[in-house]
Structure formats: structure tokens, C-alpha cells
Design a protein around this ligand. Structure first.
Ligand code: HSE
Length: 418
């Protein structure tokens, strides 16, 4: 029996991803999906597709009853949200790759989805070719998901790989990432960690039912990392990567952040180089699983859009199981982290806030310490990202409150005080 829906697509955006999708669809006739119109901002620009396909008028897509799917792959978050809301309200399903828009408007988008039979799918918005959202949504049961650790930004990973392995300068590596189409139009979104935390915001919804604006998530990019940090990493046989992490603590609440981290050579994430992304999931019975694939670029991102389009033929929708079918988890900042901090001048470092300082190197030009600090002494604080200070978490950085009490008790016992 033939039940698959014919998909008539209105495409918004014809940049790296939009054009990639156009080409990929031409090579996938079996999908029964065709692009009827493409809405673009600059109609004067020469495109590698028939001119009749293009319009600068949104309504040519949004008011066309024959178009049943809107694919939205534009850059600006505000216009993207308007397009997606109008499409959903008029019963058109939507496939989006706009991570910033999704992160900024998640609560409204959740409400909008309740009021429509149309689907909103966005697998391409996080980790591009890796099917991470559908896996988190469908496969992992809430109670079993212990932790997720991921590289979700291809550009920063590309830059770090080129700097570490090919000794390119930051600027050279960034330029290359831009030329290859991995970087955002405004590359500070990549470099300062915004792109990664935007993705992490809605991945946390699918993983744990957490709906938080990025202002409630601690994050930074790779722009504070200094040559001296890379040297220390090399001495310790570590890589530095920008890692998005979430872990369920003993009390059932979730610790989550996006920060640079030292990665051991035998860690799965050490294997993730260039524009690739990787996700390591730890669950109750399956132990560790590792997802790996291209996280940026034209065809890898288009492949995820294509997969969402295919899922629409079966009227697939996200159920947001962790949010609606389970008790959602709560984000917490009540835990400790073990971190490396390098600095130019000790006066900028709140030494007294460290529970313990395990390494101390104050004799070099570039000074550093490794110690354990409460997360609240990082969250909402700026000392660790200004005055030339740089923070890189150590491997397995999250320390539960309970464990710190144990550590303290042990050290007091050792000192013969109790
Ligand atoms: N600028 C993004 C990245 C593109 O580098 O990961 C893919 O979302």
C-alpha cells in the first residue's frame, strides 16, 4: 500500500545548506519531494539553479496551499522564527537548521507545536549528519541516560585541530573554516561558543526535558585559549576541545555546560578532528556509545534535512518524551568541577574559592593551577574569562557534592584530625 505523502517544498535560504539540499534532492528522486519555490534575500545574486525557482516574496511560499513543507535554512534568527511560526500555524510542516532560532524560541515553538498537526523537525541543527536528536528522543529512556559529552561545533574543532596538528595560526585556521563553509556568517558565534551552546540548549530538551535559555547555561568558546595552554596540554598528552557536557548527579539533577576541556588521548572525543562532531552517551545498561560524523558543511547538513523530509512522509513528530512523558530533569549549579586555570597575574584569581589546589606553577611567564571549585564560583562570574585568564576543564571534570565531602573527609582523616 502506498501511504507516503508527496512533499512539495518551499525552501527559505539558498546558502551552503540550501544549495546543498537542492543538489541532494536532485540525486534522490525516490523521495517524492520537489522544491517548488526558493525564497532568498538577494534575488540579484547569480544562482546555480533555474531563475524561475526564486522569489524574494515570503508569501509566495507561505500562502501557497500546494506547498505542504517549509524548509528553513536561513541565518537570521528573528525572520527564521517568523517564517517557522507562520508555516506551522498554517498547517505546513517545517524542517529547520536554524540552531540560534531554535535555542532562542524553544518555549514558543513548543507551544506552537501543541496547537498544530504539522511537524517541526530539526535534526540538521545539531551535529549535522549525526542523527543525535532522533536518538535522544526515541532510543534513550530518561532514567537511563547518565551523561552526554559532545563536540557540537565543527568550526572550533577544525580550528583547534589545525592549530594543534598543523601549527596553523588561529586566524589562518579560521579563514580556512570560513572558506570551506563551516563557519557561521558571523564567525564569533562559533569562536565564542554561542553556536555550541545554542545546540546544547535544545539537545538538553531532547536528552533530559530541560528547557533553559542559553543565558542560564555556562559556556565559553576557544577565544581565551592561549599558546601556553596548548603547551601544557601537550606536556600532559592531552588535546584541548570545546566540549558540551551534561551529567545526571546523584540527586537526579543535571549538571550542564559548554567549556574548553582537556581530552585524554584514549577518550573517544580525541578521535574527533577537523569539522567532525562526536557524541559520547553513557547510559545505564549499554555503557558508553559513541556517535561520530560530519557536523558542518553543505552535504552533511543537507543529508540531515533530507532525513527529516523522509520522516515527514510518515508524519513523524518529536514527542518531546523527556519533557511531556517523564518528569523533566532540573538543571543544577550545585556541584564542583576540577579545572585548569592559567593566568598572567594572581591578583585576578579568587584562590580562596578553591576547595583544593592540586597543581601550582607560578614560576613560569604563564602561570597556572589545577584545582577544584564550586560551579557557582564560575556561573555568573567573569574572573575566569577576563584579564588574560583562561579556563580549561580537566578530563571527567564534574564532581558531585557528595564526592567532595568524601574527599574532604578523607584528607582530614589522613591529616589525623578526625
Ligand atoms: N558553524 C557551525 C559549526 C555549522 O561550525 O558547527 C554547523 O552547525
Amino acid at each position: 500500500m502506498e501511504t507516503h505523502k508527496q512533499l512539495t517544498i518551499g525552501l527559505f535560504g539558498f546558502g551552503v545548506v540550501g544549495e546543498g539540499l537542492y543538489k541532494v534532492l536532485q540525486q534522490t528522486p525516490s523521495l517524492k519531494a520537489s522544491i517548488k519555490k526558493v525564497c532568498i534575500k538577494h534575488p540579484e545574486k547569480k544562482r546555480d539553479a533555474p531563475a524561475a525557482l526564486f522569489t524574494a516574496d515570503r508569501d509566495a511560499i507561505l500562502n501557497d496551499p500546494e506547498i505542504n513543507v517549509v524548509v528553513e535554512v536561513i541565518n537570521e534568527s528573528g525572520p527564521a522564527f517568523e517564517i517557522v511560526s507562520r508555516a506551522l500555524k498554517s498547517g505546513k510542516s517545517v524542517v529547520s537548521a536554524s540552531k540560534k532560532m531554535l535555542a532562542e524560541h524553544l518555549p514558543e515553538l513548543l507551544e506552537l507545536q501543541k496547537g498544530t498537526n504539522a511537524s517541526l523537525l530539526y535534526e540538521a541543527a545539531a551535529c549535522a549528519s549525526i542523527p543525535v536528536i532522533r536518538n535522544l528522543e526515541e532510543y534513550y529512556d530518561n532514567d537511563l541516560l547518565h551523561s552526554i559529552k559532545a563536540i557540537v561545533n565543527g568550526s572550533t574543532n577544525f580550528i583547534l585541530t589545525k592549530m594543534f596538528e598543523e601549527k596553523l595560526s588561529f586566524q589562518e585556521a579560521l579563514l580556512l573554516a570560513q572558506q570551506l563553509g563551516f563557519a557561521e556568517s558571523d564567525p564569533s558565534l562559533d569562536v565564542e561558543g554561542y553556536d555550541a551552546v545554542n545546540k546544547w540548549a535544545f539537545l538538553l530538551t531532547h536528552a533530559y526535558g530541560i528547557v533553559e535559555p542559553i543565558t542560564n547555561l555556562v559556556f565559553s568558546g576557544i577565544d581565551h585559549i592561549q599558546a601556553g595552554d596548548a603547551e601544557v596540554a601537550r606536556e600532559k598528552k592531552y588535546d584541548i576541545k570545546l566540549v558540551a557536557q551534561a551529567k545526571k548527579l546523584v540527586n537526579g539533577k543535571v549538571a550542564a555546560f559548554v567549556l574548553p576541556q582537556f581530552i585524554k588521548q584514549d577518550d573517544h572525543l580525541a578521535f574527533v578532528k577537523n569539522e567532525f562532531n562526536g557524541v559520547v552517551i553513557e547510559s545505564g545498561f549499554a555503557d558508553k556509545q559513541f556517535f561520530y560524523g560530519k557536523g558542518a558543511g553543505s552535504f552533511p547538513t543537507a543529508s540531515a534535512v533530507l532525513s527529516d523530509l523522509s520522516a515527514l512522509r510518515y508524519e513523524y513528530k518529536y514527542e518531546y518524551k523527556k519533557l511531556y512523558h517523564h518528569t523533566p530533569h532540573e538543571l543544577t549549579d550545585d556541584f564542583y568541577v576540577r579545572t585548569y586555570i592559567s593566568f598572567d597575574d594572581l591578583k585576578y584569581i579568587p584562590k580562596e574559592k578553591f576547595q583544593s589546589i592540586e597543581e601550582w606553577h607560578a614560576d613560569n611567564d604563564r602561570k597556572y593551577l589545577v584545582g577544584v571549585i564550586h560551579f557557582r564560583d564560575i556561573k555568573g562570574q567573569t574572573w575566569w574569562r577576563e584579564n588574560g585568564t583562561s579556563l580549561v576543564l580537566t578530563p571527567d571534570p564534574i564532581i558531585d557534592d557528595m564526592d567532595v565531602r568524601q574527599l574532604k573527609k578523607k584528607s582530614l582523616e589522613l591529616a589525623g584530625l578526625i
